[in-house]
Structures are given as C-alpha cells and as structure tokens.
Design a protein around this ligand. Structure first.
Ligand SMILES: Nc1nc2c(ncn2[C@@H]2O[C@H](COP(=O)(O)OP(=O)(O)OP(=O)(O)O)[C@@H](O)[C@H]2O)c(=O)[nH]1
Ligand SMILES: [Mg+2]
Length: 362
C-alpha cells in the first residue's frame, strides 16, 4: 500500500555514515506515528505470552505483512517476545513432495501432545506463492492435530525470496516460543534451498524418505542426507514394510560414509508409518536422545549461537541488497551502466565500483 511512498526517504537519514537503511528511516518515521498504536501491540504481546493463539496468529500476520506500518509493529512485538523465547526444541522435517511430511507431523504432533507438550507447526515453502500453497493439503492431512488445543498450525509464510520466507519463519518461531510452545516443527519440501534454510534454524533435522526409490528419484541430494540427524523411511506398512526395513539398513550403511558430526551425534535411521501411527514413539526417543546428548556436551547452545550469527550476516546481506537496489541514485544509474556494459564502454568491476561510490556518497 504505502510501500511506494516509503522507498525513497532513505537518503533523508543522515545519521548513518554512508550506507543508509531505508527500513530504519521509515521505521523511525513510523514509530512516531505509531505511538498511539503501541498499547495495542503491548496488549498483543501480553495476550500472546499468556498462550492466546488468536494473539499469536495476529502477531504472525504482522510479521508476514509487507506494509511498513505493520513491520514497525512486528519489530516491537518481536522485541517484547524475545525475553520469553528460546525455550523449545526446534525440529526441521523435510522430504520430497508426497513422502508424508504432513501426515507424519499429524501423528508425531499428536504423540507429543499426549506427552503434555505444546506443539507449533510452521512451514517453509517458498514455492507456495506460485502454486497457491499446500494449505488445503496440510489442513486435511493434519485434521486431528488442528483440533488440539495445544497445537498451533501455521501454513506457509509467503514471499518472493527464500530469505524473506526464512526470516518470517525464524521470527514466527520466537513468537511461538513466547506463547509457550515447547516443540516447534518446521516442514519444508525437499527440493530446493529451503532445507538449508530450515537446517540453519532448527536443533534437529529429520529427513523422511521412501523405500524403493533411488536417490535421484527421491530428488534428495547428498548434502541434505549429510544434514540429517535421523533418516526415517516412511510408509513402512502393508506391502512396503519389507522394502522399508531393507532401505533402513542401506541408509544406515550410507550414513557411515559421512564424516563424524560436530555434535558428537551419530545419525540414526528408523522406519515408520505416519498413516498407521506406527514407529512414531521410537522417533521421539531418538530426538530426545539427541537433545540430551547435545545439551550435555553444550553443542545445543553452541549451534543456536552459530545460527544466530549466521542469520545476522544473512539479514545484513539482504538489507544491504535491498538498500542498494532501492537507492534512488542506483535506480537511476543502473540501467545506463547496464547499457554501458553491453556496449563494452565499461567493465563489470569498474561499473560496480562506480555504483558503490554513488551509493555510499553522502
Ligand atoms: N501408506 C502410507 N501412506 C502414507 C503414509 N504417510 C503419508 N501417506 C500418504 O501419502 C500422501 C502424501 O502425504 P502428505 O503427508 O501430504 O505428504 P507431504 O510430504 O506432506 O506432501 P507435500 O506437502 O505435498 O510435500 C497422502 O496420500 C498420505 O495419505 C504412510 O505412512 N503410509
Ligand atoms: Mg505437506
């Protein structure tokens, strides 16, 4: 909405040396205007921290919003929630489309709830903006979990960049934790870069596989297998049971070929039937063993710290990129410079230097 009128005032922010942040300038302006609205955000934080799911949903909507006004409120909410965050187990769940991730989450989530946990489910699916999302599918696959009082299911954050979607998911994790959710499950489709993003925001990484399909067919790259803390062969039921057991042995063998993990953890394999609710408890035991091990050897906190540093760098890179490409002078000069490159009047390096000096000039 009001986005356009706020893209340019960045240059008004003279307090920053050289590099200006459009978001900060806009935010500062809006914080002034939003003062009256702050009590509303404070009330939202208050309700959210009491575990009110309606408040949690509303808060996530602010995070997902592209409106500058909402972004200011979102920032305020996150800051208010941070002191109450960080107390959960974050589990990433990946696997090719149709492997049974949502069905698994339904069974796994219900098990956790029966153990007295509060479970939040988030999804990272950058493709959902194009395809319209798997929201409908997820709702039907998780039809029982959805009804549980102690479950919170939030379908894909939308966005046109993985970085944007990942940021929203990370911030949503903080809000879910502040709302008292102690297990956060993050589903992502195992076909792109999204599992790397999810891996870098979770404590434990669970890869779902199917028996009988080659690795190429499953579209799973070696790197993703290497990230896994457990490989679970799903659909181990009916005629598929024998093949699933066989696949488990093969994956266990394959995992031995990978170098030892910094966590000190040896990745495990398991079989389950998400649909028939079989083998799910054993998977929770594996997760629990991992958490105990890594909390004892302090890898758990170390990993979260490393992840925070990683996301700091990611955020800076994204912000710089946005600031650069939305800078009025760059917007004006870039097309000319691109033409100069086409006509060999300049080199990419010279051109980049010139653009940078325009960008950093006060
Ligand atoms: N036989 C059997 N079928 C299963 C099992 N788990 C899931 N399915 C079926 O597999 C299909 C896909 O399941 P989903 O849970 O939607 O798979 P998904 O990985 O979440 O799929 P996307 O979200 O589209 O990536 C559904 O028809 C499920 O009923 C299982 O353990 N056994
Ligand atoms: Mg799904």
């Amino acid at each position: 909405m009001s986005k356009k009128q706020h893209t340019d005032p960045a240059h008004q922010n003279k307090s920053h040396e050289g590099i200006v942040s459009s978001v900060d300038a806009v935010a500062a302006e809006h914080i002034k205007q939003q003062r009256l609205k702050k009590p509303e955000a404070d009330e939202l934080i208050h309700e959210l921290c009491k575990g009110n799911q309606v408040a949690l949903s509303r808060a996530i909507t602010f995070i997902e919003s592209t409106s500058v006004k909402h972004k200011v409120i979102a920032r305020h909410i996150i800051e208010g929630c941070l002191p109450f965050a960080n107390q959960s187990i974050r589990i990433g769940i990946t696997g090719v489309p149709g492997v049974g991730k949502s069905t698994f989450i339904e069974s796994f989530g219900k098990l956790l709830i029966s153990k007295g946990k509060k479970v939040a489910v988030l999804t990272v699916d950058p493709s959902s903006t194009l395809s319209g999302g798997s929201i409908l599918g997820d709702k039907t696959r998780m039809e029982e979990l959805v009804k549980e009082e102690n479950a919170f299911i939030r379908p894909s954050a939308s966005g046109n960049s993985l970085g944007g979607v990942a940021r929203k998911t990370r911030e949503s994790i903080i809000l879910c934790e502040a709302a008292g959710f102690d297990v956060i499950l993050i589903e992502t489709v195992g076909v792109g870069q999204s599992e790397t993003a999810v891996h870098s925001m979770t404590d434990f990484f669970l890869l779902l596989k199917l028996a009988g399909a080659g690795d190429e067919l499953q579209g799973i790259k070696r790197g993703i297998m290497e990230m896994a803390d457990v490989i679970v062969i799903n659909k181990a039921d009916g005629e598929n049971l024998k093949a699933a057991k066989q696949a488990k042995v093969e994956f266990q063998r394959a995992l031995h070929l990978f170098p030892a993990k910094e966590s000190g953890w040896t990745p495990k394999t398991a079989t389950c039937s998400a649909l028939k609710n079989e083998g799910i408890e054993a998977i929770w035991e594996i997760v629990s063993d991992y958490i105990t091990l890594t909390k004892n050897n302090e890898f758990f906190d170390h990993k979260r710290n490393e992840q925070n540093k990683f996301w700091l760098h990611q955020t800076i890179e994204e912000q710089l990129k946005t600031d650069f490409y939305t800078h009025p002078k760059i917007k004006k000069e870039l097309p000319k410079i691109l033409r100069d490159i086409e006509t060999h009047k300049t080199t990419p390096f010279e051109a980049a230097k010139k653009l940078f000096s325009l960008f950093t000039k006060k």
